[in-house]
Design a protein around this ligand. Structure first.
Ligand code: 9MR
Length: 361
């Protein structure tokens, strides 16, 4: 005898579908960045990307915050000190050096198998008072410059593979910044800074680091002229650092021009401080939306794609400035909400993370 069909399961399926729909809707309404794709969970930037991936690390957070530390260990294979190697940090008095934080960072990096990029030997900012107030003739200033560079480079010799020797020496209008160094020593001090660093560690790769290559040709050309001039004079310069503190509204063509013109120098190219601001207009009420998340992912993808296209031997790596959105310098510096990095404030991967991975497809 044929049994009559039993349809009693239908209400149960209907309940199950309703529950599923409601929970998905709830998830969608509270989440912008997708749950990690299971295929992606075990991966990391350092494993996936064909060039080194770095982060600028804050030593205080590295010591105190396990999520921060674990994410750094997992995702990156190159580290830059956000502040710990700057002049005021390591050389607070004329005859006083303080290596505590910088050494901690270097030991952490090396014991976890990570490269260390040094930042920065010479800058107009983050100078201690004793330098800003220093009284001396040209020879005294030259000695100050040389002693600082050679003491720092020698201290980390064999551990720090590369240095931002001079940082941000060019203005937006293409002129040399009227820094204390230019005032005391003239613009040729830049070449000598590279020579001093090279004398202290002939194996170290030496970079000129600046921002705004993507703004347009004025500043970019001035930077390229400077590095080409150094090269032509036989100054030991090996790389050009493009900070890439950029914004989601920057055009892909400007970003690509920044990268390809840097590569045309033949030097190594480091995207040394990347972040992509979503709130460049400082809107206090702005919120992170799926649309902004997608635009940011597309921008990261576009930058990575161009970078992946330059010759392999010139790909020094891509370093993001800070680790997650909550600790980005942008929020405190501009006092605004923003979400510039590939990790959110809970140290979870954002849509931008996938954008980076997509850049090498
Ligand atoms: O992120 C850094 C911030 O914590 C410091 O207060 C500031 C001054 O030393 O420098 C920030 O890092 C800058 C980097 O050293 C050079 N390029 C621009 C970075 C963001 O301002």
């Amino acid at each position: 005898m044929i049994k009559p069909l039993n349809f009693s399961f239908i209400p149960k399926i209907a309940v199950a579908i309703t529950v599923l729909t409601v929970s998905c809707a709830k998830y969608k309404s509270t989440t912008i960045d997708p749950l990690p794709n299971p295929r992606v969970v075990e991966t990391s930037l350092q494993k996936e990307m064909p060039f080194p991936m770095g982060a600028a690390v804050n030593v205080g957070l590295l010591k105190s915050n396990a999520n921060y530390r674990n994410l750094v260990i997992k995702e990156f294979n190159s580290l830059t000190a956000e502040n710990a190697m700057k002049f005021a940090s390591v050389h607070p008095g004329k005859d006083t050096y303080n290596w505590t934080d910088a050494d901690y960072l270097v030991d952490f990096a090396l014991s976890n198998g990570k490269r260390v990029h040094g930042h920065t030997l010479n800058w107009y900012k983050s100078l201690p008072d004793w330098v800003n107030n220093f009284q001396g003739n040209t020879a005294d200033w030259e000695n100050l410059l040389k002693t600082h560079i050679q003491t720092v480079v020698s201290h980390f010799k064999g551990k720090v593979v590369s240095w931002d020797v001079v940082n941000e020496a060019i203005n937006e209008d293409g002129t040399f910044r009227n820094s204390i160094w230019v005032q005391k020593l003239g613009v040729d001090y830049i070449g000598r800074a590279f020579q001093y660093a090279h004398e202290a560690d002939p194996s170290a790769l030496l970079f000129y680091n600046d921002y705004g290559h993507e703004f347009g040709p004025t500043k970019r050309t001035a930077i390229l002229n400077l590095v080409n001039d150094l090269k032509n004079k036989g100054i030991p310069i090996h790389g050009i650092g493009l900070q890439m503190h950029t914004r989601v509204t920057q055009s892909d063509s400007n970003l690509a021009a920044a990268i390809t013109t840097a590569a045309a120098t033949g030097l190594k190219v480091h995207l040394s401080e990347i972040d992509i601001a979503l709130n460049p207009d400082n809107i206090q009420t702005l919120t992170y939306t799926p649309d902004l998340a997608a635009q940011q992912a597309a921008k990261y993808k576009s930058i990575v794609k161009t970078y992946n296209g330059i010759p392999k031997t010139q790909q020094f790596g891509i370093t993001q400035w800070n680790v997650c959105d909550a600790d980005s310098w942008i929020l405190s510096n501009y006092n605004r909400p923003d979400w510039p990095l590939p990790f959110n404030s809970q140290y979870q991967r954002k849509v931008a993370y996938q954008g980076i991975l997509d850049g090498i497809k």
